[in-house]
Design a binder for this molecule. Structure first.
Ligand SMILES: C[S@@+](CC[C@H](N)C(=O)[O-])C[C@H]1O[C@@H](n2cnc3c(N)ncnc32)[C@H](O)[C@@H]1O
Length: 227
């Protein structure tokens, strides 16, 4: 994957906790964040003694390359927000400036923690549909703003293949949000939940403690039944 194909834009630990309604018990397990990009979740979790592994094709690049890419895409992100303010709920952030400042702080936190390609096992350059881990290596897999968000790019098959792989490496998976980049309900949610139930997994749509996209305060929780 080329860096030009990636839009590195990352959320904070606080946002991850709220999006996935993470409890202290959840945070005590082995967690994998798939598509974490330049989010601060791993850095902050590590500082709290929590066990988080992040996987993203972005980690094939150096911190300097990622910092420069963030600088390049920032105006596009800001222009997108200004063009469509009504698509978003301004509860967590009072305005666009506050949101951008929060995200830039989060990404700076990531950049302070991220040492570069191949140096830390906490940041692995890889991605769906194949994760370089053994079956059941994690208790909880978190996917923020990748599956469902990029519904057009991945398609129904890509989503099903993705959740199969996530449930291979982790006994539970949480995906947030269930909307596309444009703020529409993902056309793949029904196919994914139907596939999950046919495979004998639990699939529930649950409220999240977080909303930014209008109608976007729900997550999908999938789990393998406990033996
Ligand atoms: C919109 S960003 C979300 C970043 C972070 N999860 C957050 O919510 O702050 C989407 C991320 O997905 C990553 N990505 C794209 N394709 C991927 C794949 N096949 N497997 C894993 N990550 C992927 C991108 O590199 C990017 O960092």
């Amino acid at each position: 994957m080329q860096l030009d194909d990636i839009v590195p834009w990352g959320r904070s630990y606080r946002e991850y906790r709220a999006m996935f309604t993470l409890t202290d018990e959840d945070l005590g397990g082995r967690i994998i964040g798939v598509g974490d990009g330049p989010a601060a979740f791993n850095a902050e979790a590590h500082a709290r003694g929590q066990d988080v592994t992040s996987v993203d094709p972005l980690y094939a690049f150096t911190p300097e390359e990622i910092r420069s890419r963030i600088r390049t895409i920032r105006p596009q992100i800001e222009a997108g927000l200004r063009a469509n303010p009504a698509r978003y709920v301004w509860d967590h952030f009072p305005d666009i400036e506050a949101l951008i400042a929060h995200r830039l702080d989060a990404m700076e936190r990531f950049l302070e923690d991220y040492p570069g390609p191949g140096i830390s096992a906490r940041y692995r350059a890889a991605g769906l549909p194949r994760l370089p881990y053994e079956d059941g290596a994690f208790d909880l897999a978190l996917v923020s703003h990748l599956l469902f968000t990029y519904s057009d790019h991945l398609g129904a098959e890509g989503h099903i293949e993705g959740v199969q792989e996530l449930l291979r490496v982790s006994r539970e998976v949480r995906i947030f949000p269930l909307l596309t980049l444009d703020g529409n309900p993902s056309p793949h949610l029904d196919a994914v939940t139907a596939h999950a139930r046919a495979a004998g997994w639990n699939a529930e749509v649950l409220p999240a403690d977080y909303i930014f996209q209008v109608g976007g305060n729900r997550m999908l929780r999938l789990s393998r039944p406990t033996a």
